[in-house]
Design a protein around this ligand. Sequence first.
Ligand code: NIG
Ligand code: FE
Length: 389
Amino acid sequence: MPTTVLRDIGTLVTNDPALGDGPLGLRRDAAVVFDDAQVVWVGDSADAPAADQAVDLDGRAVLPGFVESHSHLVFAGDRAEEFAARMSGRPYGAGGIRTTIAATRTATDEQLDATVRRLLAESLRAGSTTVEIKSGYGQTVDDEWRSVRIAGRHTDEVTLLAAHVPPPEYAGRADDYVAMVCAEMIPRCAPEARWIDVFCEQGAFDRDQSHAVLSAGIAHGLVPRVHGNQLHQGPGVQLAVELGAASVDHVAHVGAADIDALANSDTVATLLPSADFCTRNSYPDARALLDAGVTVALGADCNPGTSYTTSLPFCIALAVRELHMTPDEAVWAATAGGAKALRRGDIGALSPGMRADAVALDAPSHLHLAYRPGVPLVRQVWRGGVLAS
Ligand code: NIG
Ligand code: FE
């Protein structure tokens, strides 16, 4: 594969403090060289070595590709009417998930695959170069198995969301559903996934049920991540920390003990402000989390119920305006933060040895992502050194 130099970059976000200013490792008038799928050189544009291909950025910003660490792309149908009803005052509850379970179970593999493909293309255009994909709209052994198989055609970051909501045939029998998940679903699906996830929430699964599912996943080689504290101040955060989860996601309703537990752990708090936006939920207290030293990631949580968006630039704008994160913190959370939530050391930064995943903006700096909300600023996307969008 030819080498490529990106030169005359206005502002380069490296996310490597050794390469530039502040936690984002910012450099002005910079250049980056890709060799095959890797970054091999970062420096001043004036010193850039020759390469087989040169891309002149004319002062535009370049940053690491966004790392989407939370998405639900394997589903059928949509819930636009539920959204409209919610905007007229109906509250969001976990029950809407069953509408999508019904539609997903009747869809063909080809239909599900086409939806994943369409949403991944959309997400790539918005700058996401790595996307985690969850199952969770099958909730039978066979439907979860085909969901993780389909997800695995498109990403290495496959999550078995084995316990999303008790499906209708287990109404009022969540314990029986959990027993089936542990005895049958996880053993069958674990070889197709990297992560195990559970929706620990009122109306979904309680602490003990969530603990059972995550422990069964761990016993089958999966690493836990948790949907926790989305709608209520429940036990999800504490459970995630206790089990050494890579991340706990949503974190919109927490107390001081939750923040403290996260601050003293390796568990990332993945904030999903577009879900709070689309459900009129309270936003997480990102300032309290960050100021306590918690590692924060941002995800778009693309799903047909709470957040039908694939746009991390939109989430960055929300994080700055509504969660009071600084633009630098929000950009870090959507890149390096996502990489930490996925425990990946090869993505989320642009320094020698990292994967050549990068985004060029139609703007001179990364600050414009929050400053110009709703504007499609992503101009070019390289994934593994290849111009992908
Ligand atoms: O991340 N919270 C649980 N799961 C999804 C919503 C799923 C749905 O409403 O379909 C979420 O918000
Ligand atoms: Fe989710």
